[in-house]
Ligand binder design. Structure first.
Ligand code: ADP
Ligand code: MG
Length: 264
């Protein structure tokens, strides 16, 4: 017997595009604004962003420094609250969650990768990767096995007992990628993941993220001003001065990327 029943709410989330592929929205922002008060001055970091992000896609958010990328990430990742507007993750309004539910969301649904790796210096690579699993309630044996598996996937199985300062920048970011995947999140948020890396290492990290996106079906949302990102992204959103300026599908960018690659 095969199960063919679809709950009505699933039908509501599914859209059909030209190719008739199913798209499920995993993140939706509606009129998201964020202002910071600095004494008498108000900085409008986000001026109303509407965006739908689909399950399984690799989306890059491009924009110059100060355009609001990290602010947008903090809203989507439940790390900060919009001044106005809504963020929905799996159609749940993040603002409606209590502290416990929000902690659960951050721990289980979302993986985070930052420009500066943000590993815990006194912990080994393996301990860094297994820490979120411990928070999620896995036993130490379970988390060790799973953590070793993830370190192997990112090519660092042999380095599990090394501390961050014994690893190169690229290796540290690989550990951070493994850590972001620790609890099988639906979404990985990567804020300028190549910002502290040289060209070759940065490219390797982008390719690793793309591999994880394809192999695990995890949605990757990456903020960047790195043009290398264009080639792996399914869609690219440009933001400028806290507003969405343009969205493009990769297939529509292919002609442009030829020029962009020449810059590197
Ligand atoms: P990006 O990540 O694209 O470089 P940010 O989201 O960090 O941009 O910043 C957007 C704008 O908001 C900038 O003008 C920045 O100075 C301002 N900003 C960001 N965080 C804060 C904060 N905590 N307090 C005040 N202003 C902030
Ligand atoms: Mg930023």
């Amino acid at each position: 017997m095969t199960e063919t029943t679809t709950a009505p709410e699933d039908v509501a989330q599914v859209e059909h595009n030209e190719g008739d592929e199913e798209k499920r929205t995993v993140v939706r922002t509606q009129g998201v604004k964020k202002s910071y008060k600095m004494g008498d001055i108000e900085v409008h970091a986000l001026r109303g962003v509407d965006l739908e992000i689909y399950s399984g896609e690799y989306l890059s958010i491009m924009g110059p420094s100060g355009s609001g990328k990290s602010t947008f990430f903090n809203m989507v990742g439940g790390l900060d609250k919009p001044s106005e507007g809504k963020v929905y993750i799996d159609e749940v309004d993040v603002a409606q969650l209590d502290a416990y539910e929000l902690a659960w969301l951050r721990c289980r649904k979302i993986g985070y990768i930052f420009q500066s790796f943000n590993l815990i210096p006194v912990m080994t690579a393996l301990e860094n990767v297994t820490l979120p699993m411990v928070f999620a309630g896995l036993t130490s044996d379970e988390s060790r096995d799973k953590g070793m598996g993830l370190l192997q996937k990112v090519g660092l199985g042999e380095r599990h007992s090394h501390k961050p300062n014994e690893l190169s920048g690229g290796q540290q970011q690989r550990v951070a990628v493994a850590r972001a995947l620790a609890n099988d999140p639906a979404v990985v948020l990567a804020d300028e993941p190549t910002g502290n890396l040289d060209l070759r290492t940065g490219t390797e990290i982008i390719e690793l993220l793309r591999e994880m996106n394809e192999a695990q079906g995890v949605t990757v949302i990456s903020a960047t001003h790195d043009h290398k990102m264009l080639s792996v992204s399914d869609r690219v959103v440009w933001i400028k001065d806290g507003q969405k300026e343009r969205i493009a599908l990769r297939k529509d960018l292919e002609i442009e990327t030829v020029h962009v690659e020449g810059e590197d």
